[in-house]
Design a protein around this ligand. Structure first.
Ligand SMILES: Nc1ncnc2c1ncn2[C@@H]1O[C@H](COP(=O)(O)OP(=O)(O)OP(=O)(O)O)[C@@H](O)[C@H]1O
Ligand SMILES: [Mg+2]
Length: 232
């Protein structure tokens, strides 16, 4: 069973002039466990929109998304939130860490919200922070972490609840080359080691190059593309 199966995804928005904007025109995508897929495309092509729909953060107008065997169709907002919490991790371009909490507390947060006991949440969070190379920084607050360290903390937090699907939207978009490379290495290694499905939206050829498949979103549809075509 694939981790993610998106079928015939159509998404429209209402434009400022009252007209309809067709953003996604019937997107199909299947991602298996342990697989990494990169999505590239021009600004405004609908990459973030697609990621949000695939992660059950937003609903398609038509089509269905099935995450680990569970369809999003016909679910209430509360049910979608539960599905996300159990199955999906998100990493965005900006880390969205809580500023008044340490890295460790930030990574523990989704577990504590989900009802995991403090000791167990702490153990899991420490293990994940070790995996992203931040054991020595675990008591730092976001403002005391570098941009790269903040993003690595965000990756650890996204993985805290042991999701089967990790969705990343330009995760290295504002990192310098060295920090971006470190993040890319960690992301691709974790996806392999933890056998999760990783879908990453990126303009970065080096990150896309680590993916098993690179797909171009254009005219509301996905098509296979070659990383070599991306400008670095
Ligand atoms: N909530 C919304 N309401 C109306 N239009 C929207 C909404 N969200 C996005 N759009 C429009 O949909 C289109 C696709 O947006 P999206 O954010 O998915 O693009 P993107 O490919 O992620 O772009 P970028 O590379 O700049 O992040 C854009 O033209 C945007 O203006
Ligand atoms: Mg975007």
């Amino acid at each position: 069973m694939p981790v993610l199966k998106a079928q015939g995804i159509v998404k429209t928005y209402r434009g400022g002039d009252g007209g309809v904007l067709n953003i996604l025109n019937g997107v199909d995508l299947t991602v298996e466990r342990g697989e990494m897929v990169a999505i590239v495309g021009a600004s405004g092509a609908g990459k973030s929109t697609l990621l949000h729909v695939m992660g059950a953060l937003d609903r398609p107008n038509r089509g269905d998304v099935v995450i680990d065997g569970e369809s999003v169709e016909g679910r209430t907002d509360e049910e979608l939130a539960l599905l996300r919490n159990r199955k999906v991790g998100f990493v965005f371009q900006f880390h969205h860490l809580l500023r008044e909490f340490s890295a460790l507390e930030n990574v523990m947060m989704p577990l504590r919200i989900g009802g995991t006991e403090p000791a167990e949440a702490r153990k899991r969070a420490e293990e994940l922070l070790a995996r992203v190379g931040l054991t020595a920084r675990k008591h730092h607050r976001p403002s005391q972490l570098s941009g790269g360290e903040q993003q690595r903390t965000a990756v650890a937090r996204a993985l805290a609840t042991d999701p089967v699907l990790l969705l990343a939207d330009e995760p290295s978009g504002h990192l310098d080359h060295g920090n971006a490379e470190r993040l890319h290495e960690i992301l691709s290694k974790l996806a392999r080691d933890l056998e999760i499905a990783l879908v990453v939206v990126t303009h970065n050829a080096s990150l896309a190059g680590r993916a098993g498949r690179c797909l171009l979103l254009a005219d509301g549809l996905l098509a296979e593309t070659e990383v070599g075509r991306l400008a670095t």
